[in-house]
Design a protein around this ligand. Structure first.
Ligand SMILES: C[S@@+](CC[C@H](N)C(=O)[O-])C[C@H]1O[C@@H](n2cnc3c(N)ncnc32)[C@H](O)[C@@H]1O
Length: 207
């Protein structure tokens, strides 16, 4: 979401007032009201630019914790507990982690062609699950943005294989007319329990 669009909406104004780098930050604030990372946790923020979620996460985990942000665009955040990896999240997962939580607000640039847009979004969801397999601790939590669609229905069995509980959350700051939804997935168990948190570089999860 750019600052230009909807600059008069109240969430835009609230985010600006709070000093957040994105309007999206307000969605995360609401999601974290039910459960949040602990002080000292290491967390991963996939699709982190311009950095609103990373700002919040950095203060939640505090100086003893860490936030690793991944994006193709550098958010230029300077926070002592923030580390940035400039890369395409669909590429090979590097040796990082293990993380207690993974956050993924990544979204492709929409072209307005439904099938193309949803196929590209689905690629990112599969990539996110791949990061979970390689870097999320057993019992860890995933917060992932998705769009209600048949492409989401297709990937749901893969999500259910990995998490003991999956909740769908629609934050108030998310536009009502949008199919955007957030998945709050708890109790990660690796589909092959030997590779979780091991940062294994091989990927075998594909759309
Ligand atoms: C909605 S924005 C995230 C906003 C962020 N949570 C915040 O609060 O500032 C989506 C981000 O996903 C990133 N993205 C899209 N495709 C990506 C990919 N293949 N690899 C890495 N980042 C990607 C975009 O560059 C964009 O910065």
């Amino acid at each position: 979401m750019s600052w230009k669009r909807g600059s008069q909406d109240r969430y835009y104004k609230a985010a600006r007032r709070e000093g957040y780098r994105s309007r999206s930050a307000l969605k995360l604030e609401e999601i974290l009201r039910s459960k949040k990372p602990r002080y000292g946790d290491a967390v991963l923020d996939l699709g982190c630019s311009p950095g609103g979620w990373s700002q919040i996460l950095s203060s939640v985990v505090g100086p003893k914790g860490s936030v690793t942000g991944v994006d193709v665009v550098d958010p230029h955040i300077r926070l002592p507990n923030f580390h940035f990896l400039q890369m395409d999240m669909r590429d090979q997962v590097p040796s990082v982690g293990p993380f207690s939580w993974i956050f993924c607000d990544a979204a492709p640039k929409f072209m307005g062609v439904r099938d193309v847009d949803m196929a590209r979004a689905q690629e990112l969801w599969y990539a996110c699950l791949n990061w979970c397999d390689k870097t999320l601790k057993q019992g860890g939590t995933l917060v992932m943005k998705a769009f209600q669609s048949r492409e989401l229905d297709e990937i749901r069995p893969e999500i259910a294989r990995r998490f003991s509980s999956v909740k769908f959350v629609k934050p108030k700051a998310s536009r009502r007319e949008s199919s955007e939804i957030y998945l709050l997935c708890d109790g990660f168990r690796s589909p092959s329990s030997s590779d979780a948190g091991s940062s294994s570089p091989e990927s075998n999860l594909t759309p």
